[in-house]
Every structure is written in C-alpha cells, then in structure tokens.
Design a protein around this ligand. Structure first.
Ligand code: TMP
Length: 234
C-alpha cells in the first residue's frame, strides 16, 4: 500500500490518499485543541494512544456487527481505512450530565441521565459546530432519512458496547462523540474513538481520564492518556 498525497489535515489527524482509491491512510498527530481551536497545545504521544485505542475499539465494535472504516493498522500512528465521505455531523451520546449539556441545562456534572441522550452537532468550524435537530439535518440535506435512522441505531448500539467495554477497564463512559461516513452507499462508523472524543471517569475515584484534563488544565495529561491505553490492552 503506497501512501500518496495528503488530502486533508484536521485538528488531530491527517488523511492521505493511497494507490487504491477506496482506501485512505489516517495519520494521528499529537496536536490538541479545545473550544473550537481557541486553545492549542500538544499532548506527547497522543497520536499513538488514539490510533491504537481507536483500532482496538473499532475491531471490538466490528465484532458486534457495527460496520467501521477500520482495515489495518500500519504503524504506531498510521491506519489504513475505508475511503468514506464523512457526514457533516458530530453524533454525541450522553449517559451522565457533563460539559456543554450541564452548562446548557444547568445540571450538575456527574448527574446520571434517566435515558441515554443522543444529540447532533453540525460539523462546521466557522459556526462553532452548532447543535442541530433531525428536521434541520433533513432540511439542509446533511443526511437522508434512511442515513439518519441508521446513524441513530448505530449510535445507541455503540453506546451499549462502549459502556460495557470501558467498565471492564474500570472506566465509566460519561459521554462521547462519533462520526459516520458513507462507503459504497452504506453508512459506517469512521473518525476515531479515543480520550479526545469520550469522557471517561475512573469508576473508583471519579477522576477524569480524558481530554478534559487538557481542556480544563487539570494536569497529568500525558500520563492519563498512557494509563487509558494500558487499560485498553489488558
Ligand atoms: P460537550 O459536552 O463539550 O458537548 O462534549 C460532548 C462529548 O463530545 C465529549 O465526550 C467530548 C466530545 N467532543 C468531541 O469529541 N469534539 C468536540 O469538538 C467537542 C466539543 C466534544
């Protein structure tokens, strides 16, 4: 597999073409941003942690019948994936109040939610990724009705699988963000699942084991990413 020209550089990853038009190579960076890029930094070896962890999780989800873009890990930071067209939606599932949900509704962080709550943001940096509802997604033709139904079904299924998976590692899944893409006309899970995109709290101490350590300057950022990775491998 030949790595060809760079197609895209995001905040945390670069995407490269390959000699197969149906496959991309993603290359995970150590760059970290928060608040729509306002806060910038680096987390040493984050790219390695997020690459390995995403791949472990995508394989686990694949075994549970959720199709993903994952094909094969190529190196510490690089993975071969299916060349999807990303739907411009951030798909967020919440089990416990935190972050923007707590702020928007005035609910204390850590309050369990009566049901897993799905929400969408419109992926558009210029607008700061605003919250969007199902009708607006259809009205703007960001996804078809069928795609939206599939995304919804997979999002809840991913939540169930991830909750169980992380609990075995001593981590409570507070919330997470996933993204989907279209490949051969089908909706599949893409992007990454990592401490950048999930809130994970230690089951015993409630310590934050995710990117909130960077966002909120809580310290021990690198150590936390390494600890999460070491738990993934157990
Ligand atoms: P929020 O509470 O800030 O809306 O975040 C909800 C979840 O989504 C949390 O697990 C962090 C994740 N997330 C991303 O992956 N990317 C983003 O740009 C934002 C704002 C949140």
């Amino acid at each position: 597999m030949k790595k060809l020209q760079q197609l895209y550089e995001g905040k945390a990853k670069k995407v490269f073409a390959t000699d197969d038009p149906k496959k991309y190579i993603v290359d995970y960076k150590d760059d970290a941003t928060a608040f729509n890029g306002e806060k910038k930094g680096q987390i040493a070896d984050k790219g390695i942690v997020n690459n390995i962890m995403s791949n472990i999780i995508f394989q686990m989800l694949g075994e549970k019948g959720i199709p993903t873009h994952f094909i094969e890990q190529l190196s510490e930071r690089e993975t071969l994936v299916k060349a999807v067209k990303i739907l411009p939606l951030e798909v967020i599932v919440r089990n416990v109040a935190a972050g923007s949900f707590s702020k928007r509704y005035g609910v204390e962080e850590g309050t369990p939610l009566a049901k897993a709550a799905l929400e969408f943001s419109y992926k558009k940096d210029e607008l700061g990724d605003p919250l969007i509802n199902n009708d607006h997604i259809l009205a703007l033709e960001l996804a078809t009705e069928e795609q939206l139904a599939t995304v919804t079904k997979y999002a809840y299924a991913v939540n169930e699988a991830l909750k169980e998976f992380f609990l075995e590692k001593g981590l409570k899944l507070i919330d997470f963000k996933i993204e989907f893409g279209v490949y051969d006309g089908e909706v599949i899970l893409a992007d990454e699942i990592s401490p950048d995109t999930c809130r994970l709290w230690d089951v015993k101490t409630n310590e934050k084991m995710d990117k909130d350590r960077f966002r909120r300057d809580l310290g021990n950022v690198e150590e936390t990413y390494q600890e999460v990775l070491s738990r993934m491998k157990k």
